[in-house]
Design a protein around this ligand. Structure first.
Ligand code: HMG
Ligand code: MG
Length: 318
């Protein structure tokens, strides 16, 4: 397309600085594809992961070892990881692609395949714990405790996701204290990082600042946190910037803005990775991501899924 800039002009922001070391945690193959109505061939998923890694994304979350009846879209998790492990270009690093595990059964499946990086996923609210995990709020911690302990004993890295941090479609507003207490419990179980999820995309920048400040008051700094914004209300990028200014450096994003949660109806796609990279490049912050390769990958995936990409950058670049 003519008349379109291939890169933003660089204008650093003093509150961020060009030396900020930002990590993009790509969730497209997991959060993105768990929500697709149609069946996506495993070979397409393999190529998606391969292309994202080749585009320079440092962390690519590959899939979930959840109950296949709960999320049939990711029922091919074992086949996917086996194919990725056989890829010479990925080699040993295939074992470092994070995978979701809700419980010990999921962990066993991940261990069998040699995974070295897992993520558990909790809810800050009672209703979503029941809907997403078939557990009460309290019981979810009992499910995670042995899962995290065993994963750590096996030498794995363990991320803890916390959903509904900015609002819940059934319970409405979620008190900051409830979100902080739930997250601290995940860290105390042994998670090395906590990803705060705006599962239904309702948060706004002041809310982000307030939540990060509440975590800081509880002794949890931004170095232990990641932000996971869905873009339902168009706030994901501005929320990311607010978190960046407040010192956060790890951001979850999904190539092409794919995503959603099958058990939270009002959830739409995640912050699009291309839109995040565009902003960071404009700020002069290095990401290591090849934006052109990423855009080409998302345009290809949109073709595979048969609908236009949700990413504004992908659409602008045609
Ligand atoms: P359950 O039905 O209560 O399971 O589901 P159970 O513990 O009673 O076990 C029943 C049977 O399932 C047993 O088999 C287990 O072995 C089997 P049986 O003895 O009857 O033959 N089973 C499994 N099989 C394969 N893999 C497993 C597994 N676990 C049990 N891991 C469960 C409980 C947690 C498993 C279920 O609720 C589940 O799979 N939930 C996952 C839902 C999900 O994946 N949601 C999307 C991800 S979360 C998200 O997207 C949010 C996030 O992006 C952040 C944000 O946006 O906020 C992370
Ligand atoms: Mg999500």
């Amino acid at each position: 397309m003519t008349g379109v800039l291939r890169r933003p002009a660089t204008h650093p922001a003093p509150a961020v600085g060009t030396d900020a070391e930002v990590t993009i945690w790509e969730v497209g193959p997991r959060d993105g594809l768990q929500n697709e109505a149609g069946v996506i061939p495993t070979a397409t998923k393999v190529e998606f992961v391969q292309r994202l890694v080749a585009a320079g994304l440092p962390i690519v979350e590959a899939t979930s070892f959840v109950h296949p009846k709960w999320v049939p879209q990711l029922a091919d998790a074992a086949d996917l990881l086996t194919a990725l492990a056989a890829d010479d270009a990925l080699g040993e690093t295939a074992r470092d692609l994070p995978v979701l595990v809700p419980n010990e059964r999921g962990l066993d499946r991940a261990i069998e395949l040699g995974c070295r990086h897992v993520a558990i996923f909790a809810s800050a609210t009672e209703t979503f714990a029941r809907r997403n995990l078939n557990r009460s709020f309290e019981d979810q911690f009992a499910m995670f405790a042995p899962t995290v302990t065993r994963a750590r004993e096996a030498g794995m890295r363990v991320r803890g996701y916390l959903s509904m941090c900015f609002g819940d479609p059934w319970e409405g507003e979620v008190p900051l204290r409830q979100v902080v207490e739930s997250g601290v419990r995940l860290l105390e179980l042994g998670c090395d990082q906590l990803s705060l999820g705006d599962t239904i995309g309702v948060g706004t920048p002041g809310h982000v600042r307030a939540l990060l400040a509440a975590y800081a008051d509880a002794g949890v700094g931004t170095d232990q946190l990641a932000l996971h914004f869905h873009d339902t209300y168009g706030q994901a990028l501005t929320n990311t910037y607010a978190a960046l200014e407040a010192g956060a450096r790890t951001f979850d994003a999904s190539a092409g803005g794919l995503g959603g949660c099958p058990y939270a109806e009002s959830a739409t796609g995640n912050l699009a990775t291309e839109d995040l990279v565009w902003m960071l490049e404009g700020l002069g912050v290095r990401t290591g991501v090849d934006l052109d390769a990423l855009i080409t990958t998302s345009a290809w995936m949109a073709g595979e899924l048969g609908r236009p990409s949700a990413s504004r950058v992908v659409r602008a670049r045609g």
